[in-house]
Ligand binder design. Structure first.
Ligand code: CA
Ligand code: CA
Ligand code: CA
Ligand code: CA
Length: 628
């Protein structure tokens, strides 16, 4: 088909609303054919001609004035992102039934930069991120789709990337590849919850194999395909034990300045098919390489089975005042009559104690210093009345920071700072046995000090009841008041148990070491007493998840979960959790079975200082089948 015929057929398409001329083979040198991939094979094509008209192969016109296109498969079809019009507006479309139905999903605000590259990245939680590259060295990441809920696209973050980025590609498995002009290709994490870091995939001369660099990259199967500038060498990059390795497929004769690379595979002919725009001629060139029977596999791997369950946060607290690692550990105070009036306590290790209502709004701030962990108990005899008591570890002077919590309404007052013998005071939990209330604090060296708290006419004192130790840095701990059992975590080693009663005098016994299920650091931990079982929930910080295990022998792992984003409510996922807390008591409607709350190490959508996020326990119990 000549360009003239193509334009004529588009005019017809527009006037009739649908086209009769199918595009079934990428042949036209003036058209960018964009493969819709399934297992690496093209199941249909989009066609973007040189007038900016974007169509699907059955002839349906999608948009005009299009300057960039990317497409990925999602659970209900194919998601297409375009940049269109003089305003360079990013627009999202959903193509259902192999593109028989085209639905316009959303239009984003035009970025205030020239979009150098556009790519869609499917994420593990069933969402899709859109990355738009700014050649000045940053990229905007937006969430644009979720297979779990309808959403309004929202910016997740701005991330620093290579300057003069020319192209990007995503692997659908957490990897975002960015080509930096004259330098090479980097891999970033596409997960907005991850801190920004990058690794080298391939480098230009003299550092690596990529000659003058590349502006043409595409991901297919388990491979990143790149074509070098000038020499047009085709490289296939794969992850290996020590970084990335690459194989040269051959030279692409006849193309001078390859860009906008598209790649697909055809199992029938065993060929890897490539298409790129030659910036020298402005035309699209195509080339095939026989790869069947070789080392390379271009059919996409089947999705791995997800044994980590996903739940969503229902509420998040206001962010703490400052960026950086600040929010750390929560506690929950349950109102005696009206569960909806319960409160969330949270430490800010740069500031003091924060108190939030259940809708996440900050209610109180007690600027009592660098607090690390906090815990509380009910019904403490202050000698001049019974109230509830909260205690936090205070790093400015290695003390216990004591708070009186009004048992009627939860109003909190700072009442004392009690010294400890610990250096670098750190983790903390409380234990109550009959009339005795204990504060159990640890220091970074591994030493634990357990204090009996007593009060006379409102004046609190602490007497050391025992010390014990683990070998390296501990932090999280939790005591089960009903069974008298104490659990303590050694961050790089695992979880131990021992009696919470000081006179028992036993040593900590390791019940579970860190491994690929419970990934170091072991951080916050909490207990949930169900009807017949008692669950221990531990922050597996190394893989942004939580492990639920039996709190008695054989301490079997009952499940593992992550808290993904609730895009509909505008709440991002929880990652890199330090402290967490669980209550089995009702917090009111939606939380009849209690709640889980955890610190979020990276607060995005939008980017703000850290905070705490709440999940109904019933959601966790249901996902993990914890039904007794
Ligand atoms: Ca942290
Ligand atoms: Ca706590
Ligand atoms: Ca820690
Ligand atoms: Ca987060």
């Amino acid at each position: 088909m000549t360009l003239k015929h193509l334009s004529a057929s588009i005019a017809l398409c527009l006037s009739l609303g649908a086209c009769a001329a199918p595009v079934d083979k990428p042949t036209d040198a003036s058209v960018d054919y964009i493969p819709a991939l399934q297992q690496g094979e093209a199941v249909f094509w989009l066609a973007l001609d040189d007038s900016g008209q974007l169509r699907v192969e059955n002839g349906k016109a999608i948009a005009r004035d299009v300057s960039a296109v990317n497409i990925v498969q999602v659970s209900d079809g194919y998601l297409v992102a375009t940049i269109a019009g003089v305003e360079a507006t990013p627009t999202l479309y959903l193509l259902r039934d192999n593109a028989k139905r085209v639905e316009r999903l959303a239009t984003l605000a035009s970025p205030n930069f020239l979009v150098e590259g556009l790519c869609l990245a499917p994420e593990a939680d069933g969402s899709v991120s859109l990355f738009m590259l700014d050649e000045r060295g940053s990229a905007e990441q937006w969430v644009v789709y979720s297979d779990k809920q309808s959403l309004t696209p929202a910016q997740l973050r701005t991330l620093p990337i290579a300057p003069n980025a020319t192209a990007c590609a995503a692997d659908g498995n957490g990897g975002l590849f960015i080509a930096e002009e004259e330098m090479g290709v980097w891999r970033y994490s596409s997960n907005a919850e991850k801190p920004v870091s990058r690794e080298v995939v391939g480098l230009a001369s003299p550092y690596g194999e990529l000659g003058e660099g590349t502006e043409a990259i595409a991901y297919l199967g388990n491979n990143l395909v790149t074509v070098t500038v000038d020499t047009a060498e085709v490289h296939v990059h794969q992850p290996s034990d020590n970084g990335w390795s690459s194989t040269t497929l051959g030279q692409w004769q006849g193309i001078e300045e390859p860009e906008q690379l598209r790649a697909w595979y055809n199992a029938k002919d065993g060929q890897l098919h490539l298409q790129a725009r030659d910036d020298a001629s402005g035309e699209f060139a195509r080339k095939s390489f026989a790869v069947a029977g070789g080392q390379l596999d271009f059919s996409a791997p089947a999705a791995s089975e997800q044994s980590v369950k996903l739940v969503q946060p229902s509420v998040q607290t206001d962010p703490v005042a400052r960026f950086g690692d600040a929010a750390d550990d929560p506690a929950i105070w349950v109102h005696p009559q009206t569960p909806e009036k319960s409160l969330i306590l949270g430490t800010d290790k740069k500031h003091g104690l924060l108190v939030y209502t259940l809708d996440g709004k900050q209610k109180q701030l007690l600027p009592t210093g660098r607090l690390n962990n906090v815990d509380l108990r009910y019904g403490f005899d202050f000698g001049n009345g019974i109230d509830d008591i909260a205690v936090a570890t205070q790093r400015d002077d290695n003390s216990l920071s004591i708070y009186r919590v009004d048992a009627e309404n939860g109003h909190i007052q700072h009442v004392a700072e009690l010294p400890t013998g610990l250096e670098e005071i750190y983790g903390f939990c409380m234990y109550q046995n009959g009339g005795n209330t204990y504060a159990i604090a640890n220091g970074k060296s591994g030493t634990f000090e357990q204090y009996l708290l007593q009060a006379d006419n409102g004046k609190i004192s602490a007497s050391l009841a025992r010390t014990f130790a683990v070998e390296t840095q501990p932090e999280g701990c939790v005591a089960d008041d009903a069974t008298g059992q104490l659990f303590v975590g050694e961050e790089g080693v695992g979880v131990y148990t021992l009696s919470a009663n000081p006179e028992a005098g036993d040593a900590p016994v390791l019940i579970r070491g860190v491994d690929e299920i419970m990934v170091a650091d072991v951080e916050g931990m909490a207990l949930y007493p169900a009807e017949n079982s008692r669950y221990l929930i531990v922050s597996s910080q190394g893989d942004d998840s939580y492990v639920v295990l039996q709190s008695s022998a054989p301490y079997k792992v009952l499940g593992k979960f992550r808290v993904g984003a609730n895009y509909g409510a505008g709440i991002d996922a929880i990652s890199e959790t330090d402290g967490l807390e669980v209550t089995h008591r009702s917090l009111g409607k939606g939380y009849e079975q209690g709640a889980f709350i955890a610190q979020d190490g990276h607060n995005v959508m939008p980017e703000r200082p850290q905070n705490f996020k709440l999940v109904p326990w019933s959601d966790i119990a249901q996902e993990l089948n914890l039904n007794d």
